[in-house]
Design a protein around this ligand. Structure first.
Ligand code: SF4
Ligand code: SF4
Ligand code: SF4
Ligand code: FES
Length: 944
């Protein structure tokens, strides 16, 4: 069945007040503010429309939705007329039909009559509406028209055919209201008015290819190329995007087992019908020719791969792990779980490690991104998760964004945030780089605190210093909600001169006066919300900054109510879930320590064996132990540690020292170069399960096609466990969720039937909150009383100096995702074919570097060559790159420095020198794929 969502024509209004009106003789009661059109649709009678759709405010341009209202002259447009008490409306009269037919006739007279061969045939509102109004013939002969206007096919995913445009402005409004990019305009006037993507084509315009305009377009003017190629979809299922932590819901629309398009689901509670370019369009990797669909093994990593059956691969892996354990000991093997995988897959993998391998050597890729969030929020607020739902930002008066770039890394939430900013909320950005939010159409940060990388703690402490010393504390809140002793000791500490803006200015680079203004702004409003990302966590003091942010929010009473809170923007789709599921070596599911006898006892009873009560190895410790010869077997699930972890040379050496590396993935990634066993993975389209997004929302992932490998990932892990001697079997992932619920108090009320019924649910979901918890810490903190923590600023040991005078910091861009394994295998590479080094004009000039030239970026860990992009987004002394292409080797340069509490790598601060070069680095010559190498060398600087 193809899921068709009802379009009410104008946005659904929520109000305590209702109005009752009569439409076509029947009474209908709706919330105040509802349009006559939406009221009629609610009653079950659709009024013909063209320019209206319920994701956009009404516009009233097409005159198709005319109605008669008693006591009013003329025929008002129902989309722009609010329903009122006592109103009497007629929507279907002969007069109205005649008027509508006349309007429709004009539209059709300038529209190609090629419905039968049009890609939108069967899914075109113009076609449907012509039928609804009973248009049978067009009286006008051929006159001036737009039928020969040229198509724009530059965007890889959709086309723009102006000959079919009815100039309803839905696309323009979608780009403005929903996406907030303002890429489209209407050029010309009257008959000549046309939609344009600025002065250029779509591909090179400001358009970020979110697809909101395509979705809004009622005709085939803007349409997916996949629909043109494959035809209209026949059936659909609702599932969840597998890219970022926003967790957007989509209808996967199919023909047979062929995915035709992904359409954001209006009822998706995280995205409410919006999406970004990745989730909507970048799914081609799932059927890319590079997919490996057969298990493979080899004796040595220099041998060629040999395809084998699943049975042989699993038996071989089990026998190797057993051999290694009997030779080197129980602790010599372990696994790394993935934040890309489902909760159910992660749960069974950690169970395999604890129950079949009989140790706690399970860690997760969240180690290298948000482990400081887990630690920092847990010690201050009592739980390792963000405090709000996304919707909360709609009520924020001040939004503080630190170390995050939502418009690139969490685009759908970024659009929501921009909408709130356009409504007047104030913005404070704390970032070394001028991210888009600092200044974009109709959005401008009130304060951009452009700090030097590595000084987050000093800046957040200085904000708190202003709040404490200028008497801006919320004393009543602190007295009622927080631990008094901890607060007093913190207040004494934070008031010290060493935390003042004036003192810290010398090493943070943030002008004290600007910082003071930002602190006053944050403390001055009722609702101030903090959003942060990896620019906070991936530091030697990542956990300290998270605690400092929690302190700031508690000090100003900004936790426990809507519009406020401390919110980590999780990178990958299931970072929250993989952490929840017990992926850390010291914690069982639900963040409970393995040393806790009562908790461990519950698992022992359910699983029927004794568990190790000592924490296992973290990822960096696994590498160190491997280099020391004690750690010999590793199962790497859906993560490319050889590319994504810092200091690539160190990781490679550790992997080479192991005797059995197992990689389960979609592709032979960089880590697979060191693997002895390759188990083919399944894409999210081939999975049943759940992901948990950044707002703790558990969303269903539904299988829309059969796994190409012939096996579910969770089933492969269970079979491996069984082969290792600990039988594990489930009939369906829902049974795994039932076990998670039985063992994890915060998930106690979660089940697939509840998720199907409610759409999604935010944990904690249990007896106390059977419908989940959109906002945490409302009456009291999870740990009883909010605990202020002392957050002394300790400069990182990674400092610039004469040898490495610049600081390199890293991040993401919109079109690519993480190590790029998926997005590089889609048309998204049209926007980002290679990683570049952004450098300030001053630093470039000092080094004689021109825009586009090849430069060597060298740190004490290694060096790579990248193309330079001269950019004033950077401040002098700081350079920036992304890590989406393996051939660029950004992590060859990053060091193994890490967060003091969690070992999260310090990706964001590496001292480097940058020089012109005309060759690739040694590492790139050995490892870069030929195409990347050639592209980088193309036009390389002729001489040094
Ligand atoms: S795809 Fe998105 S950004 Fe591009 S024009 Fe359409 S709405 Fe605007
Ligand atoms: S492109 Fe589509 S949405 Fe935009 S004005 Fe034309 S018909 Fe309307
Ligand atoms: S915002 Fe994130 S979850 Fe939503 S479509 Fe984009 S990548 Fe997917
Ligand atoms: S739908 Fe109301 S004027 Fe276009």
């Amino acid at each position: 069945m193809l899921i068709k969502e009802l379009d009410f024509g104008t946005p659904i209004r929520v109000s305590d007040q209702t109005v009752t009106l009569t439409i076509d003789g029947e009474q209908v009661t709706v919330p105040q503010g509802t349009s006559v059109m939406a009221a009629s649709t609610q009653r079950g009678v659709k009024i013909p429309k063209l320019c209206a759709t319920d994701s956009l405010e009404s516009f009233g341009s097409c005159r198709m939705c005319l109605v008669e209202i008693e006591g009013r002259r003329g025929t008002p447009a129902s989309c722009t007329t609010p329903a009122e008490d006592g109103m009497v409306v007629r929507t279907q009269t002969e007069r109205l039909q005649k008027l509508r037919r006349g309007v429709m006739e004009l539209y059709i007279s300038d529209h190609p009559l090629d419905c039968l061969t049009c890609a939108a045939n069967g899914d075109c509102e113009l076609q449907d509406t012509a039928g609804e109004v009973g248009l049978r013939a067009v009286r006008y002969g051929e006159g001036a028209n737009h039928l020969k206007d040229a198509k724009d096919e530059s965007n890889p995913y959709f086309t723009y055919d102006p000959s079919k445009c009815i100039v309803c402005y839905r696309c323009v409004r979608a780009c403005e209201e929903v996406q907030g990019t303002f890429a489209l305009t209407a050029s010309g006037r009257g008959f000549d008015s046309r939609i344009a993507s600025g002065p250029t084509d779509f591909l090179t315009s400001e358009c970020v290819s979110c697809g909101a305009c395509v979705q809004a377009c009622p005709t085939a003017t803007l349409i997916e190329k996949s629909v043109i190629a494959e035809g209209q979809p026949e059936h659909s299922k609702v599932t969840t995007c597998a890219y970022c932590g926003v967790g957007c819901s989509f209808k996967a629309e199919m023909r047979g087992e062929q995915l035709v398009r992904m359409v954001p689901y209006k009822q998706g509670q995280a995205n409410e019908g919006h999406s970004c370019v990745k989730g909507r369009f970048a799914y081609g990797y799932a059927t890319h020719k590079d997919r490996k669909t057969k298990p493979m093994i080899r004796e040595r990593i220099t041998d060629p791969w040999r395809e084998v059956s699943w049975d042989e691969a699993i038996a071989h892996t089990a026998s190797e792990f057993k051999r290694i354990q009997s030779k080197y000991g129980r602790e010599s093997v372990g696994a790394i779980s993935s934040s890309r995988c489902t909760n159910e897959e992660v749960f069974v993998l950690q169970k395999l490690v604890r129950a079949a391998l009989r140790n706690n050597n399970i860690d997760t890729c969240a180690r290298v991104c948000h482990s400081p969030t887990g630690y920092g929020l847990s010690v201050t607020l009592g739980t390792s998760a963000g405090t709000q739902d996304f919707k909360s930002v709609d009520e924020a008066d001040v939004i503080l964004v630190i170390g995050a770039n939502p418009t690139d890394a969490h685009p759908v939430f970024g659009s929501r945030m921009k909408k709130r900013l356009r409504q007047g909320a104030k913005l404070i950005v704390i970032d070394p780089r001028a991210i888009d939010l600092v200044r974009s159409p109709h959005v401008q940060a009130a304060h951009h605190l452009q700090l030097l990388p590595g000084t987050n703690v000093a800046v957040v402490n200085a904000l708190a210093h202003v709040i404490v010393t200028e008497g801006l504390l919320r004393e009543d809140y602190i007295a009622a909600r927080c631990d008094r002793d901890a607060f007093e000791s913190w207040a004494r500490f934070i008031a010290l001169e060493q935390n003042s803006p004036e003192y810290s200015e010398q090493f943070t680079g943030v002008p004290a006066a600007e910082l003071r203004k930002a602190a006053r702004l944050y403390a001055s409003v009722k609702n101030a919300a903090i959003y942060y990302g990896l620019g906070v966590t991936e530091h030697s003091q990542g956990s300290t900054t998270v605690m400092a942010l929690a302190n700031l929010a508690m000090a100003t009473g900004n936790i426990g109510h809507v519009g406020a809170g401390v919110n980590p923007l999780r990178g990958q789709n299931n970072v929250q879930g993989s952490c929840d599921m017990g992926s850390f070596p010291h914690e069982l599911p639900g963040y409970r320590h393995v040393g806790n006898d009562e908790v461990r006892g519950a698992f022992e009873t359910r699983w029927g064996l004794k568990l190790d009560d000592e924490p296992g190895l973290r990822i960096p410790n696994m590498f160190d132990e491997a280099l020391g010869g004690h750690f010999k077997g590793l199962f790497v699930h859906g993560e490319d540690i050889a590319q994504s972890d810092p200091n690539t040379n160190h990781v490679s050496a550790a992997l080479k020292n192991m005797e059995c590396v197992v990689v389960q993935d979609l592709f032979l990634n960089e880590t697979a170069k060191f693997a002895h066993v390759f188990l083919p993975g399944a894409s999210f389209l081939e999975k049943d399960g759940t992901f948990t997004n950044a707002e703790r929302r558990i969303n269903r992932v539904r299988k829309v096609m059969t796994p190409l490998s012939g096996k579910d990932e969770w089933a492969a892990i269970c079979e491996l466990s069984t082969a290792l001697g600990y039988p594990m079997a489930y009939n369906h992932p829902s049974e795994i969720m039932d076990e998670i619920a039985a063992l994890t108090p915060t998930f106690a009320g979660v089940s697939y039937s509840k998720l199907d019924e409610m759409g999604s649910v935010q944990w904690p979901c249990n007896e106390a909150s059977p419908e989940g918890t959109p906002m945490m810490h409302v009456e009291r903190f999870v740990n009883g009383a909010g605990k202020f923590m002392l957050t002394e600023y300790v400069p990182t040991s990674e400092r610039s100096g004469p040898r490495f005078p610049l600081i390199l910091t890293t991040g993401r861009i919109l079109s690519q995702y993480n190590v790029g394994a998926q997005t590089r295998r889609t048309e998204n590479s049209a926007w980002h074919p290679e990683d570049v080094l952004e450098i300030h004009p001053f630093d470039a000039e000092q080094r004689g570097i021109l825009d586009g030239e090849l430069v060597s970026v060298a740190s004490r860990a290694g060096d790579v060559a990248l193309r330079a992009k001269i950019s004033e987004r950077m401040q002098p002394g700081v350079v920036y790159t992304t890590f989406h292409h393996p051939g660029s080797g950004a992590n060859v340069v990053t060091t193994e420095n890490s967060d003091w509490a969690t070992n999260c790598p310090e990706y964001k601060v590496t001292a480097v020198e940058v020089r012109r070069t005309n060759s690739l680095s040694d590492w790139q010559r050995r490892n870069a794929h030929e195409d990347v190498a050639l592209r980088l060398l193309e036009g390389a600087n002729a001489a040094e």
